[in-house]
Design a protein around this ligand. Structure first.
Ligand SMILES: Cc1cc2nc3c(=O)[nH]c(=O)nc-3n(C[C@H](O)[C@H](O)[C@H](O)COP(=O)(O)OP(=O)(O)OC[C@H]3O[C@@H](n4cnc5c(N)ncnc54)[C@H](O)[C@@H]3O)c2cc1C
Length: 563
């Protein structure tokens, strides 16, 4: 049995190593076009910024260590340039020229490459990507020697990691993002917190902005932007997304979708004896959901292992699950984490969903250092299926998002979150953890105990409804929705007549700072026969939505309470 693996990092090396564990006698050849295998792509930004000091730490294995430990025949600087599925061969270009290698089983794990948008001047030597060890070595050298100003094109995960690391080295950094906000997969109300943190770090953020040209000169490059302005740069980091690096394999006739090799849940491609995994693939679904690559390290590593299982155990192997896209990134002092679908993908897939916003503390409020986590949770309002969760905060966010990801994998429904028995002591959490709270709110929604309105609906609600602010007069004075009636939640029960009169037959849309006091008020008002809804996430979410530019023309008013 000769197994040939193309691509010697996450998915490829996981497949090769597992294959050896499953079959001591197999001949296993790994072909890697770059000079390194098994390197830590995810660590590259931290090497550029000097957090990882020694580049050798990025090299998890070498061809020699892999030969010694696993008897793998690892050939670096060997690029596969063609494949013949009929003849079961690949053509490889290496230091000694071209050769053809036969296989009994082939694993394709070529990963992804940086998208190069058609921007004139992108071939300037000052434009760099951050995809390989060589890229990182070069970038760190440039930073140490000459660069004072950097422009990062693309504010995705890698772009923001690069921006922060460059800033930490004292560079003037501008981030340019075509989408309306940084970290495009994040919901806008959370992304606005990340933007503020970038600005606090001294990073200039230009969203809804594209680069239209890069003008190169001996002294510096000029990045010309779609808004007509220009930024001078000594270094331009191109991180405008990735696409599958599948050229030779698509040309060989493998079925692909937008460049991604289509695989089934055992990693099998459309060509017999050929498996594929990692950033280069998309899994076919029976649900009709559009197959799309999820370029993340965890799914790639785990899929590599399952592909080896499929090769050696056939149908008995465990299936590769559809990745839900659980991701986390540090931006300054904040952490942003997400799992599952966001509003945009839910809308694209035409899924019915309800969204709740929560701002619970990461640990007991009385224990020093309590800070809020800002959570957004999507679920199916009929079945309670968990569809996605995101969070931003100073502490504890990634732990909660991991719990949501686990719950989703386990098929738990929103109300099941109430019963999760999560570790608690005051420095770590609360007796009713944030995840439990999300379950309680979700169950209340499903059972009709609460009926929600969302900050994005404010303009319509202001036209149709009485906005009732049940915060304290001090909170109201510090900034309230224009025209809102202020009745502190402790006075709602005794003010029902006044509220009914003010409403004058209109529905009542109630809110407080985060949604809890207004929930209590909602119950009182509904018991009194009023048509009432509670603003999910309260004023805290509303302010985030305003900051995200989703309510143009709406400004909060400071000043006296009407009550
Ligand atoms: C800077 C950076 C930071 C990242 N941070 C994170 C993170 O924090 N968390 C996270 O989940 N993910 C992160 N990722 C993404 C993660 O690294 C990838 O999802 C993962 O490595 C994909 O694994 P893969 O095996 O598909 O591809 P890769 O690990 O990219 O490996 C593909 C290999 O195939 C080789 N290759 C390509 N074509 C050929 C060919 N024709 N012949 C031979 N060899 C070929 C390439 O040279 C490459 O070495 C990061 C990526 C980068 C670049």
């Amino acid at each position: 049995m000769r197994l040939v693996v193309v691509g010697g990092v996450a998915a490829g090396m996981s497949a090769a190593a597992r294959a050896r564990r499953l079959d001591e006698s197999a001949e296993i050849i790994v072909l890697e076009k770059g000079p390194y295998v098994s390197f830590a792509n995810c660590g590259l930004p931290y090497y550029v910024g000097g957090e990882i000091k020694d580049s050798s730490k990025l090299l998890v294995q070498t061809p020699e260590s892999l030969r010694a430990a696993l008897n793998l025949d690892v050939r670096v600087n060997h690029e596969v340039i063609a494949m013949d599925g009929e003849a079961q061969t690949v053509t490889v270009r290496g230091p000694g020229g071209e050769e053809t290698i036969e296989y009994d089983a082939l694993v394709l794990a070529p990963g992804a490459e940086a998208i190069r948008p058609p921007i004139p001047g992108l071939d300037s030597p000052r434009v760099m990507t951050l995809r390989s060890v060589e890229d990182a070595l070069k970038m760190r050298e440039v930073v140490a020697s000459s660069a004072g100003r950097a422009v990062v094109l693309g504010a995705g995960f890698i772009g923001l990691e690069a921006a922060e690391e460059l800033r930490s080295q004292g560079l003037e950094v501008s981030v340019v993002e075509l989408a309306p906000h940084v970290l495009p997969p994040l919901e806008p109300e959370l992304a606005t917190l990340i933007r503020a943190e970038l600005e606090r770090l001294g990073i200039r953020v230009l969203d809804s902005t594209g680069a239209t040209e890069i003008r190169h000169s001996a002294e510096s490059d000029i990045v010309v932007l779609s808004n007509g302005s220009e930024i001078e740069a000594d270094l331009v980091v191109l991180s405008a997304g990735v696409r599958p690096a599948t050229g030779p394999f698509e040309a060989a006739g493998l079925e692909c979708s937008r460049g991604a090799i289509l695989i089934d849940t055992h990693g099998r491609t459309s060509v017999p004896k050929v498996w594929a995994g990692g950033d280069a693939v998309a899994i076919r679904t029976e649900s009709g959901q559009a197959p799309r690559p999820v370029p993340l390290a965890g799914p790639a590593n785990r899929a590599g292992r399952l592909i080896a299982d499929s090769i050696f155990s056939g149908e008995n192997a465990r299936e590769i699950p559809l990745p839900v896209g659980t991701a986390v990134v540090r931006v300054g002092e904040l952490t942003a984490a997400l799992t599952g679908w966001n509003r945009q993908t839910l809308d694209l897939e035409r899924r019915a969903y309800e969204t709740i916003n929560l701002h619970p503390f990461q640990h007991a409020s009385y224990y020093p250092g309590a800070t809020p986590m800002h959570l957004v949770v999507h679920f199916d309002p009929i079945t309670g299926e968990l569809l996605g969760a995101q969070g931003v905060g100073l502490e504890g966010v990634e732990r909660r998002i991991d719990v949501f990801a686990t719950a989703m994998k386990g098929g738990l429904r929103i109300a099941d979150l109430i019963d999760l028995d999560l570790a608690y002591a005051p420095p770590y959490g609360t007796a009713k953890d944030a995840v439990n709270m999300a379950g309680m709110v979700g169950e209340n929604v499903m059972e009709g105990m609460t009926s929600l309105w969302h900050a994005e609906e404010l303009v319509d609600e202001m036209k149709e409804a009485l906005i009732l602010d049940v915060r304290s007069p001090e909170e109201y004075r510090s900034g309230h929705i224009p025209g809102a009636l202020n009745v502190p939640h402790t006075e709602v029960r005794s003010s029902l007549e006044e509220i009914r009169t003010e409403a004058g037959g209109r529905p009542v849309r109630v809110h407080c700072a985060s949604g809890f006091r207004s929930y209590l008020s909602e119950l009182m008002l509904r018991a009194d026969g009023l048509d009432v809804r509670n603003l999910t996430g309260g004023m805290t979410t509303l302010k985030q939505v305003i900051a995200a530019g989703q309510l143009p023309g709406i400004e909060l008013v400071e000043g006296e309470s009407r009550s």
